[in-house]
Structures are given as C-alpha cells and as structure tokens.
Design a binder for this molecule. Structure first.
Ligand code: AMP
Length: 423
C-alpha cells in the first residue's frame, strides 16, 4: 500500500483522532453484533500501547441532527413530535454511549464517553486525557455538518488532532468531515491509515492488481445498474466472470430469452449485450445460469412459503419469475470456483432471505468454503449471507464495507483513502 499507516508515525503523547466504524446493530440499547467493535480494536490497542491519546469518533445509524439548532428531515412517523421528544428518541436509538461502555470493558477501563462531539464535554474530557487513554465522542451525525463535510466542523474536530487516523473502511467511500475533510483541509500534522483499512486495501488491492490465476469474480444481487462499474472493471482483470441473482435476467433478455415476470432492467439490455461482447473480446469466460428456479409470484412475506420449479434458463414460462439459480448452475459455478486461485464474490445468487430460494447462494458459499483459492467477500448481502450460513471462518477475507468494497472493485479512488499521506 502506498499510504502511510500508524506504524509510520510517532504517536507517543500525541492526540490521535481516529475515525472508526462503530456503526453496530442495536436493539433497545443493546448491541446485537460486536464485529465492528472487534474490527476496530487492533488499531486502538496499538495506539494505546504506544502512548497515544486516542480520541475515537464514529457515526451510528441514521440519526436526526439533534446537535444543530434546527432538526431537519423529520420522518413521517415522527411528524408532530416536539424537539425534546425527537432528541430523546434519537439518543435512545443512536447514542454511542452503549458502545463506549462495551469498549471500556474490552480495554481495561480506559475509555471515557463524551456526551457531545465538539462541545464542552468533549473538550473537557480530551483536555484531561493521559497518554494511553481513550475518549469516544458522541455520534458524529448528530451534527449535519459531518455529512456536509463542513470546513468549520472539520476545524473544530481538528482541535483534537495532532494525527488523523482513518480506520473506517465502511465509510471510506464517503467524503464526510471525519472520513476525509480533516485531512483534505490540511488540518493535522499527519493523516494515516489504521490496520483495518490497511488490511482491506492490501487484500482487495492485491487481488485486483496482482491476482493468482485463475481469477474468478462472482456477481449477484438485484440490479445490473448497481454493478455496471464493477463488471466493466473486473472484465479487464478476471479469467471468469460469473453472474447470478436477478441481474442475470437482463443478460437473458439480451440473449433473446423469455424472462417471464422476473426482475429485468429493460433499459440496460443493450448494455448487457455490450458487456457480453466485451467479455468475448477479452477472452473472459462469462457464465450465466443454465437453469433457474421460478415461482408464480415473489414470496410475501419474503421468507414465507413458496412453490417453485426449476426450468432451463431459456425456457422460463411467461407467467413465472426467476428467484434463484438451479442445481445444474450451482454445480457449474462450484466447478469454476474449485479450480480458481483467487475468487471475489459480491451479491447473492437469489432471494437468499427465503430458505427455499437460498439454495443457490448457499451452494456458492459452500464452494468458496471448500476451495483452496484466496476467497474475498465484498461486504453487504454476500457478507451477511456467508456469516448467517456459518461459513465466515472459511473465507480468506470478508470486507467490512459494502458500498466501499463495491467502489473499490469498480476501480474508484475512495476519498477516505485518497486523503491520507503517501509513503
Ligand atoms: P444487492 O443489494 O444488489 O446486492 O441485491 C440483493 C438483493 O437481491 C437481495 O435482497 C435478494 O433478495 C435480491 N435478489 C437476488 N436474486 C433475486 C431474484 N432472482 N429476484 C429478485 N430479487 C433477487
């Protein structure tokens, strides 16, 4: 990696403002999944052990901007609530206080929570820090200036900052105040990556730049339009590109198949034709499902019972919709993965939220678990599927960022990385 990391700077006695991703799922004030907290620990511990003053900041959920004078964009269900009620509701759902409590348990009682971000409580608590102490600031998005990348807000945050550390890969594709602004505006002596961002870039960057071949990419999910950039970029790099999920039906349409009532982006059919032509021109093995699991309607509720049959992909009945890949396709895709040396996967093969329609996604997850290839799972739904199915520890790397990993696979420069000091 060509960016400096925390190992490249002397952090002793320095105030390090560390943007972490502590956006953990919570229910009634209780953390239901600690993965993101655990992912942030190596960087925090390193900084503590090396005598830094560690000032942590993160967002959590999609809160109202309760630290501004006027609260904006009230959701329909909250219409008519008083300011006090909105503040109380927001604090209950989106305060980082429970995360600070858990971090404090994990870090030997060294963590203090600040009840604001750039206000008097944060200032007082940072001023009282000794080397090796940790302060977690309240939710950054209680200020609307965070997502607006407001310079004044960056300047106020930078008061806590000799060294800026970005370790939040999950928000590295955003140019917000805490993810890029502080460094963009040149407000700190150094801007470096933490260990989580370093690991993400080394593993995914390594696979893209210098893959051990055969290199296979598996793309699924709902829409071709979400993944055009990724498909284009990967067609330049992979030996085999595998398509599953609803995305496949736009390609079926381009091949002249009947797609019935399946999800299909008619305005992307020409693009699908172009992408297949490009694959042929590049000599990329482009695999589409050979058989498809169909049903009369989309399951409602999504995990409810559904009557299905499997048909050849070029024989989808006009009144049926495709909802998963069939068994022949599962075997074909497993075979491609078996002989691969590097595999990147992003997006489910079908409506995996439904047990009957999760079989294709499970088969692909299992094939990845069984192969000796380096296996990289883009964040989002495929990461959730792999974890939910119990295959997480069989993968080489599961990215912590859904949107960020997609943009990285597109070959885009992430603002949260671009802003860091070069080596
Ligand atoms: P994405 O966010 O683009 O990765 O898409 C994930 C969503 O695509 C999941 O919620 C899946 O249920 C959905 N999906 C996958 N395959 C299909 C399909 N054949 N028909 C409709 N939705 C699908």
């Amino acid at each position: 990696m060509n960016k400096k990391t925390i190992k490249d700077v002397d952090v002793k006695g320095k105030k390090c403002l560390v943007r972490v991703d502590l956006n953990v799922p919570m229910k009634n004030g209780v953390i239901t999944d600690e993965n993101r907290i655990n992912g942030a620990l190596p960087t925090i511990k390193y900084l503590m052990d090396h005598g830094a003053k560690v000032i942590l900041c993160s967002h959590l959920g999609r809160p109202y901007n309760i630290f501004n004078e006027k609260i904006k964009k009230i959701k329909p269900e909250d219409e008519g609530l008083s300011r006090e009620e909105l503040v109380a509701k927001t604090l209950k759902k989106c305060s980082l206080r429970p995360v600070a409590a858990r971090l404090n348990e994990l870090l030997g009682g060294k963590v203090t929570f600040a009840e604001d971000v750039i206000g008097p409580d944060a200032k007082a608590k940072v001023a009282a820090m000794k080397d090796g102490d940790v302060v977690l600031l309240e939710n950054l998005r209680f200020h609307e200036e965070e997502t607006k990348n407001d310079e004044g807000f960056c300047r106020a945050l930078a008061e806590f900052c000799d060294i800026y550390v970005n370790d939040a890969f999950g928000t590295a594709h955003r140019a917000h105040a805490s993810t890029a602004g502080i460094a963009q505006y040149g407000l700190c002596k150094a801007a470096v990556a933490g260990f989580l961002i370093e690991k993400e870039l080394e593993i995914m960057g390594g696979a893209l730049e210098n893959p051990v071949r055969p290199f296979v990419a598996i793309l699924g999910g709902a829409k071709v339009s979400d993944k055009i950039g990724v498909i284009k970029n990967l067609l330049e790099k992979v030996d085999t590109l595998i398509v599953g999920g609803a995305m496949a039906y736009t390609f079926f349409k381009a091949k002249g198949y009947e797609v019935g009532t399946s999800l299909c982006e008619l305005d992307k059919v020409d693009l699908a034709t172009e992408l297949m032509a490009k694959a042929a021109e590049k000599g990329v093995n482009f695999l589409l499902p050979v058989d498809t699991v169909v049903a009369a309607t989309f399951p409602d509720p999504i995990d409810g019972e559904v009557d299905v049959e499997t048909v050849p992909s070029n024989a989808i009945p006009a009144d049926k919709m495709g909802l998963d890949i069939g068994e022949k396709t599962q075997a074909l895709y497993a075979d491609a993965v078996k002989n691969a040396k590097t595999v990147i996967w992003n997006g489910p093969m079908g409506v995996f939220e439904n047990p009957t329609l999760a079989k294709g996604t499970i088969a692909v997850a299992k094939a990845l678990a069984d192969t000796s290839a380096t296996t990289i799972i883009g964040g989002g739904d495929s990461a959730a599927a792999v974890k939910q199915l119990g295959f997480a520890d069989k993968m080489t790397h599961i990215s912590t960022g859904g949107g960020a990993s997609l943009e990285f696979l597109e070959g885009l420069e992430l603002p949260g990385v671009a802003c860091l000091d070069n080596k």
